[in-house]
Design a protein around this ligand. Structure first.
Ligand SMILES: NCCC[C@H](NC(=O)CCC(=O)O)C(=O)O
Length: 444
């Protein structure tokens, strides 16, 4: 049977904006209050996804969330009509209104952790939505994320959906952004790497001093248990707390893996050599550990360019390609490194650059925009086919974006009651295009 790694990209929602909501994420803070372009953001994401589909990759799309999140605003005491709720929140608690308006579900690397059926004891594909408790604006995502994932991977014979972990800092979970899988072939059992920022229940363990560590070891271990993984197929690695303090808020800002390749920065992890040895012991295949030294790429350049927030994909030819943001071309040290990488004897043979600047300005690169789901052909056939990107869906979604999205949005605009109507009209139509059923609070 054939096996693939599919990418499910988050469709950017109609409220994409720059509110500076993510302490510890340098781009989000630096670009706070910039005027965004939701239409361009959605189209940049669609272009990138379509390019992968055109390369022969299996590519899906995940629907965005309902924002402004009026349910949450009402839950915290704002009342009256929708317009009154927005008006009161804008006047008395603008930061809370901003948190309820983010299009942050577009970064589907944080939607969930996924374990392919080749790794799990029951032979099903497992999904656990991330609770994202570290950030208020993201902590309101997991319930709807679970509904969207269930509507997308909608056959219980193949797909096992879990609830998100308990909503407490001890279980801070940011999904696949802190999870990589190494394997020989996608359909063979692999080693799942869980990278965590801190041990919540051990006060003596190392942790960052300045910025939050969003993922805990306790959360990663809970996911491994839920997903029925064997101990021999898991490696738990601590992220270097010093790089978290330099803006590396997720592991996918400093490392990325694909099949037998792990591409990472010299300073990415703690106890690097011991952990690489553990991977070698647990995965009996030729492995390429591509370590980028600080002397060639400083942490600051990695964070600015998102060199590691790239996708490494295996093309149908068997060669690997890197999908990078154009920001990597604009950074001389990073561009030089990527050109050099192609001359090294690794499976990576080409680099393709994409403009995803609307997302980058909020700290989300190509890898943040996608959730990886390794599947066999039967599982691909069991996916809701209306979520898989082909020429027809691409054309339809572009027309849909043109019809419903604004090309300018400031944080002041978030209190505009018209934005609620626009967003709901768009999403209602989208659930019909993608045959998702009633996944949004306003539809239930
Ligand atoms: N994987 C990339 C995630 C980026 C995301 N940024 C944000 O939510 C920024 C939103 C804002 O500032 O408006 C985050 O930090 O979780």
């Amino acid at each position: 049977m054939k096996h693939f790694e599919a990418n499910f990209d988050g469709l950017v929602g109609p409220t994409h904006n720059y509110a500076g909501l993510s302490f510890g994420n340098v781009a989000s803070l630096n670009n706070a209050a910039l005027v965004s372009n939701p239409k361009a953001a959605a189209k940049q994401g669609l272009q990138k996804a379509k390019a992968l589909a055109d390369l022969g990759m299996t590519q899906g799309m995940l629907a965005p969330q309902e924002r402004p999140d009026l349910n949450t605003l009402r839950r915290i005491g704002f009342s009256g009509s929708d317009a009154q709720v927005l008006q009161q929140a804008a006047k008395t608690a603008p930061a809370l209104l901003n948190a309820c308006c983010s299009a942050s579900s577009m970064w589907t690397a944080n939607a969930a952790t996924v374990s392919p059926s080749a790794d799990t004891r029951d032979g099903k594909l497992h999904f656990t939505p991330a609770n994202l408790v570290d950030k208020l604006h993201r902590s309101i995502e997991p319930i709807t994320t679970g509904r969207i994932l269930t509507a997308t991977f909608n056959d219980p014979h193949y797909f096992h959906h879990h609830n998100h972990l308990p909503e407490h800092n001890s279980f801070g979970d940011e999904g696949a952004a802190n999870h990589t899988r190494l394997c020989q072939e996608y359909g063979h059992a692999g080693v799942e790497l869980f990278v965590y920022g801190q041990e919540a229940t051990n006060p003596n363990a190392p942790r960052p001093q300045k910025y939050p560590a969003r993922q805990t070891l306790e959360a990663s271990m809970a996911i491994a248990r839920l997903h029925q993984l064997e101990e021999d197929n898991c490696v738990f690695i601590q992220q270097n707390p010093d790089v978290i303090d330099q803006g590396v808020f997720h592991n996918d800002v400093i490392a990325v893996g694909n099949q037998n390749v792990l591409f990472y920065h010299e300073q990415a992890f703690l106890n690097t050599q011991a952990k690489l040895d553990e991977i070698r012991r647990k995965l009996d295949t030729e492995l390429f550990f591509i370590e980028v030294p600080t002397a060639k790429v400083a942490i600051n350049d990695a964070v600015k360019s998102y060199l590691f927030n790239t996708q490494i994909i295996t093309l149908p030819s068997g060669e690997m390609a890197i999908i990078a943001p154009t920001d990597c071309q604009e950074n001389p040290a990073v561009y030089a490194y990527l050109n050099e990488l192609l001359t090294l004897n690794t499976p990576i043979k080409q680099v393709l650059y994409f403009d995803v600047k609307q997302s980058m300005q909020n700290g989300g690169g190509p890898a943040c925009l996608r959730l990886r789901v390794a599947m066999n052909e039967r599982e691909v056939a069991a996916v809701n086919q209306h979520t898989l990107l082909n020429d027809a869906l691409f054309a339809r979604l572009n027309t849909w974006v043109d019809k419903h999205y604004r090309d300018r949005l400031s944080t002041q605009d978030l209190a505009d009651p018209q934005l609620v109507i626009e967003s709901r009209t768009a999403l209602d139509e989208l659930t019909q295009i993608m045959k998702l059923g009633s996944v949004y609070p306003f539809q239930r």
